[in-house]
Design a protein around this ligand. Structure first.
Ligand SMILES: [Zn+2]
Length: 294
């Protein structure tokens, strides 16, 4: 048996494993269940070709989608205290962080900040990574948003924030809730400098994130079908013991009820943002005043 197990079996395994299909070649649409080929999905900006569902985007892809010519510079964010509460549930918080960093392949937290131009205008974009611990906002994300606001003021640039977050990071307790106040101050800095602050709500924007900077945009855009709200629909239903209306907490519902200004398909995002920034930053020259005679 040893010849079989030691020599033949590994050879057979090697041949068989080579023929295995890489598991990232096909994606299943979470909305309609259609199997989508990775290359098609990428060409379609991660929008389902069958039902139009907008799948979640990693932050780097989001930045490439929004900046002119897909060119941007990521800035290094300030270091913050790691695991200030020495928190542990089933796992240590530091271990959860390490796992998330291994998964994303970078030592960053759930936020990426970059600067470049959008429609030819200087712009700072802060994009969330939902894959990193549910895009939750702790010290690092709060500090990152402050850095983004400071950079926007320094460069006289517009600030665009793209949340994709389940809310505050519970492993940092009260310190994560503090970030709601701090990020609100960050937005104030940009507004005081009379620079545009635009929020693009993506799926999902909930909890402490929706209760702070995400709802303070001069203009609020949303991607189609994104879940946007404070408390999840199921919890609300259980509390009030009533069925919630169709499409509750979705972008389109929020647009109808005045919480969102525009719902913009992914393919039109860059043009829409560029047009809006142009209106805010390059207003038509004021009409000349002609003095009346007599
Ligand atoms: Zn679909």
């Amino acid at each position: 048996m040893s010849w079989l197990t030691n020599f033949v079996l590994p050879k057979i395994r090697a041949v068989v494993s080579k023929k295995e299909v890489p598991d990232n070649l096909w994606h299943k649409c979470p909305n309609c269940g259609q199997m989508l080929f990775h290359r098609d999905l990428e060409a379609n900006l991660f929008v389902c070709g069958s039902c139009g569902h907008h799948l979640r985007l990693p932050p780097e892809r989001r930045l490439a989608l929004l900046f002119d010519d897909e060119r941007y510079k990521v800035i290094e964010l300030p270091k913050t205290i790691v695991d200030p509460l020495k928190f542990r549930d089933r796992k240590r918080y530091t271990e959860r962080l390490k796992d998330a960093q291994a998964k994303s392949g970078t030592p960053r937290d759930a936020l990426v900040v970059a600067h470049g131009t959008l429609g030819g205008m200087p712009t700072v974009i802060a994009a969330f990574d939902f894959e990193f611990m549910g895009g939750s906002m702790g010290l690092a994300v709060g500090e990152g948003l402050l850095a983004a606001a400071r950079l926007a003021v320094l460069q006289e640039a517009a600030l665009v924030v793209v949340p994709a977050s389940g809310g505050a990071r519970m492993q940092e307790g009260i310190l994560s809730l503090m970030q709601m106040a701090r990020t609100t101050l960050a937005v104030e800095m940009v507004k005081e400098a009379r620079l545009p602050y635009i929020v693009l709500l993506t799926d999902p924007t909930t909890g402490g994130v929706s209760a702070s900077f995400a709802m303070l945009g001069d203009i609020t855009l949303a991607e189609p079908g994104a879940v946007i709200g404070f408390t999840g629909a199921r919890v609300i239903e259980e509390t009030i013991r009533e069925k919630l209306p169709e499409g509750f907490q979705r972008s389109e519902y929020l647009l109808e009820h005045g919480m969102v200004d525009l719902v913009v398909p992914r393919r039109e995002l860059r043009d829409t943002l560029s047009r809006l920034l142009g209106l805010l930053r390059r207003p038509e020259p004021p009409p000349q005043v002609v003095p009346l005679r007599g």
